[in-house]
Design a protein around this ligand. Structure first.
Ligand SMILES: *Cc1c(COP(=O)(O)O)cnc(C)c1O
Length: 381
């Protein structure tokens, strides 16, 4: 069994792999903490944005992170099983029947309504064990959380709770990836107004946290007492078009190898649907990764890869397990040559952000889409 994937690792022998640079994650953690000037709660939901939940969680613990955040109860439990002892906040909405399990696994819980507060309280009472909670305020996302304009009674109910310790209060930014959006300032104002209720009733202020990666990078006013970057920790920008304000290092490379070489005559189409054919005789190589690995089919005849230090176009439709690359009439490539889909080769680089732009999506979806059929290997750390 591979401890990173909890899977029998016959797949680990695939020539196609994700290489994770743990030192890049350490660097990004330090750079983001220095930029924000407040503690960082790394967010490692969705298999640590595709980088491997357990392995990244243990690495961040070793790097001195003070707290982690995940979306789901199950992710928190998986981290506990892997040996992570740090405080872990479950950020998603929890179901009533999960409340006891959150507390039993020593996870911090997001309380996003008075109803859910009651459920957590009841579960804590019956376990005889206090729950550590973060109150979730909705300041303009309309996802989960109590509307900021109804925060007063919610905060008072939480303060009155016999079984809940309020460690934090937080909200989530809807538009922080866009440095020019006016929405963020409005959300910050609503959030601070909700937090002020602690002062109004003379209660100690819990940890106030608001900033996701976009907030950390573009809106210093949102840093408050703690920040919650996810994607930036992995060296990827939330918005492919935005300019970095912190020097980040991409942690993920997506690599494969040439599995086949041929010459395609002018006019003979390549792949399903016969959507592309070369204008002149050209050399085409086949790469053994496809949309069955989560490599987006939208990159058909749009994406690029690096072979022998050169950029070449993906041609024709991406198949479930393979795709083809035109290396040109004079291109050189041999079977087993390295193919870089994301990452560096020689002096060339393909960023996750570039792949997202070509695929017509956001960098997040590229990272988390790469699935468990691709083995992860780790460097550094
Ligand atoms: C996912 C998430 C984050 C991290 O978002 P990034 O844009 O990846 O930095 C922070 N807070 C909450 C509530 C989230 O759901």
């Amino acid at each position: 069994m591979d401890p990173a994937t909890h899977r029998d690792d016959i797949f680990g022998q695939r020539p196609t792999r994700i290489r994770v640079d743990l030192d890049a994650i350490s660097h990004n953690l330090r750079a983001l903490a220095a930029h924000a000037g407040v503690p960082v709660m790394p967010i490692i939901k969705a298999n640590a944005y595709g980088h491997g939940l357990a392995r990244v969680g243990l690495h961040l613990q070793a790097q001195g992170a003070g707290q982690l955040g995940v979306a789901f109860l199950e992710e928190g439990i998986a981290l506990r099983r892997a040996g992570v002892r740090l405080p872990i906040l479950v950020m998603g909405g929890i179901f009533g029947h999960q409340a006891a399990e959150v507390i039993a696994n020593d996870l911090e819980v997001t309380v996003s309504s008075i109803d859910k507060l009651r459920q957590v309280e009841a579960a804590a009472g019956s376990l005889g064990r206090r729950a550590t909670v973060h109150l979730k305020i909705d300041t303009g996302m309309e996802r989960i959380g109590v509307h900021s304009y109804h925060a007063g009674p919610f905060i008072e109910a939480a303060l009155a709770s016999r079984w809940c310790d309020i460690k934090g209060i937080y909200s989530h930014l809807a538009c922080a990836d866009d440095p020019d959006s006016p929405v963020t300032a409005r959300q910050l104002e609503r959030f601070l107004d909700a937090c002020a209720h602690f002062e109004r009733v003379g209660a100690p202020m819990p940890l106030r946290h608001l900033a996701n990666s976009g907030g950390v990078l573009h809106f210093p006013g949102t840093h408050l007492d703690m920040v919650r970057p996810g994607i930036a920790l992995f060296g990827v920008l939330p918005d492919a078009a935005s300019r970095p304000t912190v020097e980040l290092r991409p942690a993920m490379s997506l690599l494969s190898q040439v599995v086949y070489f041929k010459v395609v005559p002018a006019g003979d189409p390549v792949s399903y649907g016969a959507t592309w054919a070369p204008a002149t005789d050209t050399r085409v190589v086949t790469v053994p990764i496809g949309y069955g690995d989560g490599f987006p089919r939208a990159l058909s005849s749009r994406g690029q890869v690096l072979v022998r230090g050169q950029r070449h176009a993906i041609v024709g439709r991406i198949c479930m397990d393979q795709f083809m690359v035109d290396i040109g009439p004079d291109g050189t490539a041999y079977n087993e040559d390295e193919v870089v889909l994301i990452g560096r080769q020689g002096d060339q680089a393909i960023r996750c952000e570039d792949v997202a732009l070509a695929a017509g999506t956001i960098p997040y979806e590229i990272l988390v889409g790469l699935n468990g059929r691709i083995p992860r290997e780790y460097r550094g750390g």
